[in-house]
Write a protein that binds this ligand. Structure first.
Ligand SMILES: Nc1nc2c(ncn2[C@@H]2O[C@H](COP(=O)(O)OP(=O)(O)OP(=O)(O)O)[C@@H](O)[C@H]2O)c(=O)[nH]1
Ligand SMILES: [Mg+2]
Length: 471
């Protein structure tokens, strides 16, 4: 036997959104900013290992709760005690007429085990909401108030707590169907456990499986980012001449952009989001560009990354791209050249051979600044998806807002954190740069370089994701 939850509340408080997020399913029902979106009762089940644990029933929102409350207090319904007024009311002409939507809710009340009463805490606890609560309470079913829209601070939070406590509703759950916090969902399930002790173990198993799924999703996401980093760092393109031709440059840039696009697609699939849910409508990742271009100088600067090699190799080379000669970056080759000239007492012939070996072949490769941008963007996206509810409707624009919105002292700490991260990752990137064969293969999970990257990314992720609830 599953627990039957009836999701009710005023129009537009996020009832359908709550169910989508609990189910981790974007396809359930219809969501919109317009009140009165859900017109019919619709149920979905939440299963674990093939067993149905919860039935979630969505309902239309209350539209005229004050009118309904007045009708309930008039003859003939005023004569009924407790829940007895509900059946005759649903059989009356009012249920087909002015209270058609409300009657759809009332008809479900005796079929459910628990009522989830969804509140939009951006609104004050007005009389119409209190009338809804009184009407629902007459069904004598346990009510769990869900304080939805909790991610942003609300001036009405305490007022809601007060009016709910006055109605003996102390076990309230804060939630946000868009900015998802697993801890909130846990509290919701824990309140179900206390109301339905016979189902305690089932809900416990559900919570554990949700926690494990979140963990393994995060590990898989980090491995995807490690693969992207290794592939980008080990990618190189032999160029026909030096300075490189514009066509060689753009071909190489596109190769790297494609790697990032593949990573984004794989990540969205892993988190069960569609491309259009995270990316703007008119955006096509096939085209390579994803909002800010990773090879634009401004992008590198915005993410707090300097472009040392670009400055050194001159304007002929795009931002974020370096040129390697004979397996060494031009920076390193120049330094060795200088050492040779100054201190090596070798024959001219040997020196020339070595010099041509160092400078004869030119390869384009990705500069640490770009690898840094790829890394920070990847971490920011993983952080976002970890907390994105399946009811979210806004496309996610991946930019540096998360970094720039922080207070200046925090911003400084963030910049230091980025610098440290790049310093830690640079030796791993440099090593990958010497292995062009890694660009076309997937390294085994226990490969030392991959392991090292995974470790750094895992340690970094919680700090990169700064969006913690503030209230
Ligand atoms: N930021 C934020 N937006 C939310 C939240 N819950 C719902 N929304 C948004 O609020 C709007 C209404 O959500 P719905 O789920 O359609 O609300 P509803 O209660 O089912 O609405 P009706 O079916 O019309 O009664 C949508 O634009 C949602 O994206 C939330 O917790 N946080
Ligand atoms: Mg709805």
């Amino acid at each position: 036997m599953s627990i039957s939850l009836l999701v009710v509340g005023h129009a537009n408080t996020g009832k359908t959104s709550l169910i989508r997020t609990l189910l981790r399913q974007q396809s359930f029902g219809e969501i919109s900013n317009q009140a009165g979106t859900t017109r019919h009762v619709e149920s979905a089940v939440l299963t674990l290992a093939g067993q149905t644990l919860l039935t979630l029933t969505d309902t239309p929102g209350f539209e005229d709760s004050i009118g309904l409350w007045e009708a309930r207090q008039k003859a003939p319904f005023a004569a009924y005690q407790g829940a007895d007024w509900i059946t005759p009311f649903c059989q009356s002409h009012l249920a087909n007429d002015e209270f058609e939507q409300e009657a759809k809710i009332l008809k479900q009340l005796d079929r459910c085990d628990i009522i989830l009463y969804v509140v939009d805490i951006r609104q004050a606890p007005l009389g119409k909401y209190l009338d809804e609560l009184t009407l629902l309470a007459s069904a004598s079913k346990p009510i769990v108030p869900i304080l939805n829209f909790s991610a942003a601070p609300s001036a009405h939070l305490e007022a809601w707590r007060k009016v709910l406590a006055a109605r003996h509703l102390h076990a309230v759950v804060r939630y946000d169907s868009v900015a998802f916090y697993f801890e909130d969902e846990k509290r919701l399930y824990q309140s179900l456990q206390s109301l339905m002790p016979d189902h305690y173990n089932d809900i416990d198993a559900l919570l554990k499986s949700r926690e494990e799924a979140a963990q393994s999703r995060r590990s898989a996401a980090i491995e995807l980012l490690a693969n992207l980093q290794i592939k980008a760092a080990s990618s190189r393109k032999r160029c026909a001449q030096h300075p490189p031709l514009a066509s060689d440059m753009s071909e190489f840039e596109n190769q790297i952009r494609r790697l990032e696009s593949q990573f984004i697609r794989a990540l969205l699939q892993l988190y069960a989001f569609r491309e259009e849910d995270v990316l703007p409508d008119n955006f096509s990742i096939q085209s390579g560009a994803w909002q800010q271009d990773i090879f634009a100088l401004d992008t590198l600067k915005e993410w707090g990354l300097n472009t040392g090699a670009s400055a050194m190799t001159g304007a002929a080379i795009g931002a974020g791209i370096d040129v390697m000669t004979g397996g060494l970056s031009l920076g390193a080759a120049t330094t060795i050249g200088a050492i040779l000239g100054a201190s090596w007492q070798t024959s001219r012939h040997y020196k020339d051979t070595l010099k041509s070996k160092l400078t004869g072949r030119h390869y384009l490769c990705v500069e640490p600044a770009t690898l840094g941008v790829l890394c920070l963007r990847g971490l920011a996206l993983i952080g976002h998806l970890d907390q994105r509810g399946h009811a979210s409707q806004q496309a996610y624009y991946l930019d540096t807002t998360a970094l720039n919105n922080t207070a200046s002292d925090k911003k400084e700490a963030q910049e230091k954190h980025v610098k440290r991260l790049i310093e830690t990752l640079t030796p791993i990137w440099k090593n990958a740069q010497q292995h062009p064969e890694w660009a076309s293969q997937e390294l085994a999970a226990d490969h030392a370089s991959k392991q090292a990257l995974i470790q750094v990314l895992t340690d970094t992720l919680p700090q990169t994701n700064q969006s913690k609830r503030t209230t």
